[in-house]
Design a protein around this ligand. Structure first.
Ligand code: MLT
Length: 407
């Protein structure tokens, strides 16, 4: 008898950004004369830079010649890219990570959703609340989360670590010991970042309790302050307890190109001594035919002198938007967090309004789209996320409209 995967039926509603896209499409259809500005999904708006484009064109030309044509990419990634990552992201910063610990993929979203597959269904996960929805949803799909309680909006088998203004949006070590701990820093959605010291406490905790940390560093390029960890492997002992997920989307503007990677150190083992690096390699071999050659050459170009300079300029461009939002809305009396080491601003919704009500209010009255904080978890209620990934013009105009609403 054919039966659907019952875990999928437990998922709550549609994916957050799909729900928002539907609402915005309906609004646009009903208001064709309005210019809608999206500061919602964290999607980049600047075009690919010159060095990256050249690498893409050159690689495409190679694919068009018999002598340089390539078929399937190696499923773990081309050596040229794995070596560039190991050298430029890790070894040059004094971190010991080897090429064969780096797994190239089509992006951090896939990796952060798929990585849970190498762990037993019995493992207990801990997530920050609010949280990037992929972590929880992918564990719901795997049947790991237990029963959903609609009143508290929580799964019975998930350990939630509230991140609130009260704790500076930094999770506290949980009393109940999780097997898998998801940490994203700089954080999506709150835009706050963990100090190296804070992260080191988590690494010590994970090593002490035999847990694994899945560290999502997709926004690492946005760190501007000293003392914030760019990589979990800056912390002593992390090779024994942490997996790191990285992306080319937010630094080099690859959201539409698709390229990312995951680091699984060979020292990382489960309680029986199983080497998790081998499991992730096995999974890639079976389920993935490698990120395309053209994309991987583009990724390699990110580490060239031109690519590095252009990437820095892109990040600076978006962080100027973050400043425009922070300055403009603070001036209008809003309470804001984040926006300094991350391209996200976490805004306290005014007048005790609910997050989704504020979403509707902004869309209807200012034609500005953001992301309701409650979409990221119950502790996000009363907050609203704005992204700095718009154009300068649209960002300034959105801020002007929001300020105008305040009167
Ligand atoms: C977001 O808006 O949270 C991000 O764009 C999601 C993602 O990178 O997948």
């Amino acid at each position: 008898m054919l039966k659907a995967n019952q875990n999928y039926l437990k998922l709550q509603g549609s994916y957050l950004f799909s729900t928002i896209a539907k609402k915005v499409a309906a609004y646009k259809e009903a208001n064709p004369d309005k210019q809608v500005i999206s500061l919602g999904i964290g999607d980049v708006t600047r075009p690919l830079t010159g060095t990256i484009l050249k690498a893409i064109h050159d690689a495409a030309d190679e694919m068009g010649k018999a002598e340089t044509f390539r078929g399937y990419a190696p499923d773990l990634g081309y050596a040229f890219l794995r070596e560039a990552i190991a050298e430029k992201e890790y070894r040059s910063r004094g971190i010991e990570i080897h090429e064969d610990e780096i797994f190239v993929s089509d992006g951090a979203k896939s990796d952060s959703g798929n990585i849970q597959e190498i762990f037993s269904g019995e493992c207990r996960i801990a997530v920050c609340d609010p949280v990037y929805p992929v972590y929880v949803d992918s564990n719901v799909m795997a049947g790991r989360t237990g029963v959903y309680d609609a009143a508290s909006e929580r799964w019975s088998n998930v350990i939630y670590m509230p991140c609130t203004a009260g704790n500076g949006f930094i999770p506290e070590l949980p009393d109940e010991v999780p097997d898998i701990i998801y940490i994203c820093s700089p954080n999506n959605p709150t835009g706050t970042a963990m100090s190296r010291q804070d992260l080191a406490r988590w690494v010590d905790y994970a090593n002490e309790h035999g847990s694994v940390i899945i560290f999502d560093a997709a926004y690492e390029a946005y760190i501007s302050e000293e003392g914030i960890a760019h990589s979990v492997y800056e912390c002593e002992g992390a090779r024994n307890c942490a997996i790191e997920i990285r992306s080319f989307s937010k630094n080099a503007g690859f959201t539409g190109v698709r390229l990312g990677y995951t680091v699984v150190p060979k020292d990382l083992k489960d309680a029986d001594g199983v080497v998790l690096n081998s499991l992730w390699a096995r999974r890639h071999g079976t389920k993935f035919n490698g990120a395309p050659y053209i994309q991987q050459r583009a990724g390699e170009a990110v580490y060239s002198p031109g690519g590095l300079a252009e990437t820095r300029a892109l990040v600076a461009y978006y962080m100027e938007n973050a400043k425009t939002i922070m300055d403009g809305l603070k001036d209008a009396g809003y309470t804001l967090y984040g926006g300094v080491n991350a391209p996200y601003i976490w805004l306290k919704v005014p007048d005790g309004m609910k997050s989704w009500d504020f979403f509707d209010y902004l869309l209807t009255n200012a034609s500005v789209v953001g992301t309701p904080g409650s979409g990221f978890g119950p502790s996000g209620e009363g907050y609203f996320r704005l992204t700095a990934f718009g154009t300068h013009e649209n960002t300034a105009e959105a801020v002007r409209r929001i300020k105008e609403l305040k009167g």
